[in-house]
Design a protein around this ligand. Sequence first.
Ligand code: FMN
Length: 431
Amino acid sequence: MMHLGWFLTTGFGVYGWNQPWSGNSADDVGRPDLFVDAARSLERAGFDFMMLEDSSVLPDVFRGTFESSVRRGTTVRFDPMPLVPLIAAATERIGIVATVATTFYPPFLAARLFATLDHLTKGRVGINLVTASADGAAQNYGLDKQIEHGLRYEMADEWVDVVTQLWSSWDEDAVVADPASGVFADHEKIHTVDFDGTYYKSRGPLNLPMGPQQGRPVICQAGGSPAGKNFGAKHADTILSMVKGVDAMHEFRADISRRLIDAGRKPDDAKVMFLVNPILGDTDEEARAKRDRLRAQQRENIDGVLAAMSYFSSTDFSQFDLDAPVPDLTRFNGHKSTLEDMAKSGKTLREIALNYKTIESMELVGTPDSVAAQMDEAMEEIGGDGFLIASQVTRKAVAEIADGLAPALRKRGAIRDGYSKPTFRENLTAF
Ligand SMILES: Cc1cc2nc3c(=O)[nH]c(=O)nc-3n(C[C@H](O)[C@H](O)[C@H](O)COP(=O)(O)O)c2cc1C
């Protein structure tokens, strides 16, 4: 069986602005309803989790203005944290993952927040650890520019260490809650952490008890560089990737398995899931026509692609000649693995922008039954653990997956039929 997650590519943001099938998007801005509706549908479909991307900058790198960021609302981001308990209150079993930039979040604040969310969600919260890339985000937190890529991961490693120790600062049986003696918690089972590292220092303990997931909310990670993959292999419960093509997916899984072993873990200790964006139709022809329409729309939006590249490299791509070979991007400090892939391709900027696929590891196009068969087959070949759907978030698109594709997968015995356990971690590790 495979696991399923849904990646909300622009976090608690603005979805489908002025697009077909998102007619109510103005009403949804800054409100929980779209996300709650999606979570309920995905839970009905048996998804393990939904994951909210995040960043904390309104980019103005491209052409030096905020225009490309706000015109269609693409980089508007509300803070995802308050949304988590609202989604949890409307659901029973689905995991809810929120993104934290280790570079900016003080470890004690994050440890306390996620321990609290673990209680509020009754053990269904997850944390997507990113190191963030944009200089603009770093400047919002008082830095002059983003910290160098390798150092960010070195700091992140220590960050997880402090946070994990804080999560365990109350023993599992510290809460006595005994009305007869009147004792709430046994002080001898609560410990200081006294963490004193190279980058972080924290005394601890947390001032709240361990949550239902044994003091360890599910950790998700999506690094693609060697440093990112090592970090994921050391700490993550699920690793997310968008490497392109079945061979690369197979190699990615094998690579992560090796790194997990090097980190003293077992290959199955982290579920590896791949990003896809299934395009569904009532017939295969209809789905292919839909794919062609979407790709044509994309090709018209070169500026949108260049704005995205400018954002994650903190470099204004409007300065480069569209028809010259792509500049050496590796010196930039952003999402390193993505930039390196572009540099290696030897293509011009226009070629890259025109072929800039939606974020996905493999193309899935067809009826629910044929896409379910493609997914099943791919998982067999890859040896991966599942897929992370990164489709547009409209109620229609969510219904296509939850009520079209998921039942087709279930019919094949490829996904779960109901949840066997109450917590996110238990369901993620159930198979
Ligand atoms: C599924 C997925 C989700 C991601 N979510 C975020 C996010 O919410 N915020 C962010 O700043 N970066 C996000 N990233 C970027 C990664 O954390 C990472 O920086 C990127 O894949 C490049 O890898 P590297 O950091 O090892 O160079 C995401 C990447 C993927 C594939």
